[in-house]
Every structure is written in C-alpha cells, then in structure tokens.
Design a protein around this ligand. Structure first.
Ligand code: HDL
Ligand code: ZN
Length: 423
C-alpha cells in the first residue's frame, strides 16, 4: 500500500489508475459484430455522425434533401472539406474524429482522407472490434436494442446472441412514446391488446416485455422521454409505466432507465441531427422514486439546467443511479461542471460517463476525452481531503476508479458477478 502525501504523487496515481481501469460503457448505440451491418465503423461513418451533419449545415448551403442524396462517402468528403479543411476542426465532435484517427496511429498532419479510408479498408468488423476495445480500454459495451427496429428484430428472433462483451438494453421508446401506433404492431406480432386499456391489454404488454427480456437478457430497460414528460397523468405512457414497466422491472430485477429531456425532431429533415433539448421537470422521477422504493431507476437528463436538482434527488433516493453526460451534455465544459457537482453532492456513488457511441471507433475519443476531465476532477477532490491531513492509499484510488468506471453500474443492475477490483 503506497501512501499519497502530495499533489504530484496524487496526479500520478489517479492518472495511472484511470489509464489502467477497464471500462464498462453503460449506454451506446453499438452492436455486437455478429449483428452485421448494424455495427457502424470506419472514417466515413465517423465523419457522417449526426453531430457533424448538424455542424456542416452551418457552413454549407447545400439543400438538406440534396445532402441526403449524396453517397455516404460524398457526405463524408463534404463534411471533411467544410469542417476540417475550410475551417479548423475545434468542435468536440470534430476533435473527436482527429483523436480517433490519432488513436489508430494515422498521420493527422497529412489531412489525407483517402489515406485514412485505405487504412480502414484493410479490416473487418470483428478485428476492428478487438482493436477498438483494446485501444479504448473498454471491455464491456451496453447496446441499445430496439425490438421495434425492423432491421434488428429479425436478428434476435433468429436466436442470434451477442458477443459476451456486448450486453443488451431493451429500448422501449415506441411502446411508451407512441402507443397509439405501436399497439397495432403488437397485435401483428400476436400480442392481443385491446383498443381500450383493459386487463387484457395490461397482460399482453407485460407478456411482450417478458418475451423480450427472455430473448435479450437486458441489463436494463430504457426509454428516452420528452422534456415535457409528466407522470403520473392520464396518458397511455403513464398507464403502461404503472401497470407494466414497473411491475415487470420488480418481477425480473431489470432496472428501468429514464433518459429525460429530449425535444425530438425540431428540424425533421435533419433526421437524428434534428433533435433538440428542453428543460424537463424533475417531479415525475421524484414521484416514481418515492412511490416505488422497491424499483431501481437509472437516469440521465439532457438539459444542463436539470443537473443540480438531479444531484439533490440522488441524495434523497438510493434507488436512483445517476449516469453520464448525455448527448448535448457530452462536451468538456459541461462534463467538467457536472462531474464536479456530482462528486461534491454524491461523492463516488455515480457512473460519471457513458459514450453514447454510434460508431465503434468513437469509443477511442469519447473515453480519452472524458477520462482526462474526470481525472482532473478526482485529483482536485482527493487533493482537497489530502490538505486536511487525510491519508490516501494508491489502492483506495484504484478501488474508487474501478467503482466509477465499472462496478457502480454492475452492482446497481444486480450483476455482482461482474463487480471486479484490481483488473
Ligand atoms: O436517445 C438516445 O439514446 C440518444 O442518445 C440519441 O440516440 C441521440 O441521437 C444520440 O446519439 N446522442 O448521443
Ligand atoms: Zn443514446
């Protein structure tokens, strides 16, 4: 056991612990490589990430509908020209592309996009997964698995199981946010819900959930919710949450993840790039936590303005796990701010980050950028207690880092077999 006595030793110990720590990435849009084309990777996918589509529209006067008519490579070339060559790539999403290419050891100074394309053309998705997980030090990835996605559903129905490093999360947005239409799909699939919300409807929606929990073995059920989300209220969403999601969550032990604050499709023509954010009410979550103490809830909010009240709520309810700097929050200035806020109000009982990666290679940048910020926060916080005369051991820093980047998540979702220290 090495005792830390000064900031210099502290800095070295925290950076070493974080550098070494294998990461569980608890929310991504990645897929196991045996899910085929669903897994995105390579430089053209990196450049056409919807964050960069939004940004290129500010420098290009191309009509949006014409942009979508371009091939993926033509879109990527336009984005590269506008956001990297004609203007310096200092936005977080642009910098992320460069950090990722750097992670593969490519010559960033060459700015030779075709060279980069040639590099990626040498690999297949399976070898790329091994390489990126090794480079990013991520060893477990939680996917977003949507039974309502017509490409993904048949993969599960065929009995395909993901690579053991990839874990399912059952995503139920169409069930909770669009039940009026979704009920027709449930009927097509043999779940005989009534038009009215009857006991039969309750039983059939519960059967749908249990069928997919049985098929996917998800670590949690997740939904993204609009900024004006209310609960309880007189809506299909509230009825399904009360009568189906929460009882099934208790029965199966699969926690319910609520990702709150989306303002979907404010600019529909931009597709995924067309979503925005809104300040939400914390009251629905507060009600659920209080009313359903035997349920476990995992939550992140999209609006910066919701972060402080979320931390306070975390102090009131142990059945709430707060995680990540989601989407528009995933920028250094905000990651720094809310990680400090969270450690000051909640100590180490959080999951500070997830990647939300949509492109496999993004794991490299999303984690290297965030680990640097989280390390600096931890160094400051440990240093604050060092100054009181508190003695810190290196092993304790390694323990805390293992909790933040791995064990807090697995413990909360009831997978104590995945809780590990010292590796
Ligand atoms: O709803 C979600 O899970 C969000 O993360 C959206 O997928 C969003 O488009 C995104 O990729 N954010 O990073
Ligand atoms: Zn996401």
């Amino acid at each position: 056991m090495t005792q830390i006595t000064n900031r210099e030793q502290l800095t070295a110990a925290v950076n070493a612990a974080i550098r070494k720590q294998k990461i569980t990435d608890m929310h991504t849009h990645l897929y196991s490589p045996n899910f085929g084309e669903l897994l995105l990777w390579g430089v053209d996918e990196l450049l056409t990430y919807h964050y960069l589509v939004a940004e290129v529209m500010r420098w290009s006067d191309i009509p949006v509908e014409d942009f979508w008519k371009l091939s993926k490579q033509e879109q990527a070339s336009l984005i590269w020209q506008k956001l990297f060559i004609e203007h310096s790539p200092i936005s977080e999403a642009c910098r992320g592309v460069l950090t990722t290419l750097q992670g593969f050891g490519l010559d960033i100074a060459s700015r030779n996009l075709d060279e980069y394309r040639k590099y990626f053309s040498r690999f297949d998705s399976y070898s790329q997964v091994d390489r990126v997980l090794q480079l990013s030090n991520v060893d477990h990835v939680v996917m977003t698995n949507d039974p309502f996605d017509d490409r993904e559903r048949p993969i599960w129905l065929s009995g395909t199981k993901p690579d053991p490093r990839f874990h399912a999360a059952l995503r139920i947005d169409p069930l909770l946010n669009d039940y009026a239409n979704t009920k027709h799909r449930l009927r097509e699939w043999g779940y005989h819900v009534d038009d009215a919300w009857t006991q039969k409807s309750v039983d059939e929606v519960r059967r749908f959930l249990k069928d997919w929990i049985g098929r996917m073995n998800p670590v949690y059920m997740a939904v993204s919710l609009p900024y004006d989300f209310q609960y309880p209220d007189d809506s299909d969403r509230s009825r399904i949450i009360t009568d189906c999601i929460l009882p099934i969550s208790r029965e199966t032990g699969v926690p319910f993840a609520l990702m709150i604050g989306v303002n979907r499709r404010v600019h529909p023509a931009l597709g995924d790039a067309g979503d925005s954010v809104g300040k939400a009410s914390i009251k629905p979550l507060e009600y659920m936590l209080s009313r359903y103490p035997e349920n476990r809830f995992i939550t992140t909010f999209l609006s910066r303005e919701n972060q402080h009240e979320l931390c306070v709520l975390g102090r009131k309810f142990r059945n709430l796990l707060i995680f990540g700097c989601w989407w528009f929050m995933n920028n250094p200035v905000i990651i720094n701010e809310i990680t400090r806020m969270r450690t000051e109000l909640l100590g180490l009982s959080i999951v500070p980050q997830h990647s939300d990666a949509r492109v496999l290679d993004q794991l490299i940048y999303k984690w290297s950028h965030s680990k640097e910020i989280i390390a600096n926060v931890l160094i400051d916080k440990y240093n604050d207690i060092l100054r009181t005369g508190w003695v810190i051991e290196t092993a304790e820093i390694e323990r805390d880092v293992a909790d933040l980047f791995r064990n807090n998540f697995w413990r909360f979702v009831g997978r104590n077999d995945m809780v590990k220290y010292g590796e």
